[in-house]
Design a protein around this ligand. Sequence first.
Ligand SMILES: [Zn+2]
Length: 454
Amino acid sequence: MPPILEQLREVGFAIQHTPRHAQYRLLRAKIWKMLEYPEMVASDAYKIITLCDIATEFGADAVSMRDTNEVNMCKKDGYELLIRSLLEMHCVADALGVCNEAAQYYPDSFESYTEEIYGAIRAQDLPNAPTASYIPRTYPTISSEYLTRSEADIESSNAQFKRPPLDGTCRISHSTLAAGKPDVYGVFATRPIPKQGLVHKESTTFIAATRSVPAPPVAHPPHDAASIPEAFDSNCFQVRADAHVPNALHTLLFTTFLSKCARDNCPHPLEHPLIAGLTASYGPASSRKFSLQRDIRDPIHFLEYLGIDTYGDLRYDMDVLLTVYERIRNNSFGCVDRQAVEGVGPLFSFFNHSCEPNVSWQVENPGEVVAGQPPTRSIVMRAKSNIEEGEELFITYIAPESPDGFLPVEERRKELMTWMGGPCQCTRCVRESEAEKGLSLKMKELAGRLLGGA
Ligand SMILES: [Zn+2]
């Protein structure tokens, strides 16, 4: 293990033993900075500042520090790291907000900082807020057992495929798409399925809606897990979810998942059956917008509502939360209706994409909502043609045909980058890109002959 990762691991252990030790957080934030994970720097830096606020109220030893002087220095470092990491992710408005706050405590240091940011904006050195983002990657702090799906995960999903009414029409196995790669799975027909025949039907409660669910009482943290509501909508908490805000439904799905996790007393969020079988898509094409409110403040408040210690319980630390979020983002299906609903079907998520799919899917009863109940949706999948036993089953993640004809292969591949992190390698894309290459080669030859003959 490289020495820097060894240090990261050691400081992780130290935080686990003394979660309110602000200096350990500071050390870890600096390591994340060296490893170029600005979102993790921001999370630790934010916690350093709040820990120092605790010290102001309860004394320096509450956060394992010697005196007020040490607390002040640590808090100042926390502000600097937070502002720098926000600027690195181009969150200019957030960085300015933090700068103004910091200037109240340290006028000499941070007022000039604010001027510096304004100067950079005027000189257009910093892009505007809409481009605020970072590139999600796997975190070296997440245990490898949570990053690949175990045989037991696959077996338990296959057992669910065997339940009525499908009685094992499909089965998960290694996909034909990535021969030799152990963690790439797909779904296969276990018997012939006639055209229009039912392939799979999945009823899922892992759903979020921008409006529809009555808001749960939120005044006090629930006293027991059973009283945690199962689903949340935009009326709840600090989650500023609105159908017009990008990723709002992903955020709601994320909070719904966390509440399920707390209700089920799950040993670790990445072990929960709703999330263990899902994969994230990591690649340069899948940058994600970052916001101090949505990614740090809201999850902390939400976890506190669930009764989870956001400092001491490292199972809910930022690396785990963002891993969960990426899995949800990569596997959710949209449902365009009045309610603006997005959900995750854990079995549905195993179906791979093809630009010439042999299976079609739709969401049944998309508008149906029962008052007082979390919304549920059924995904119904049917064969588009006669399917043979043993054939891999594919759906489409995009609409491969545009209203005025076929979407060209390069455009399809661009759209699919979000899920694949690389160009789509389905039979149609491979065939069409080969044909395009062949055509351009022929054009070159022709041009060469014409020019040569002229
Ligand atoms: Zn394709």
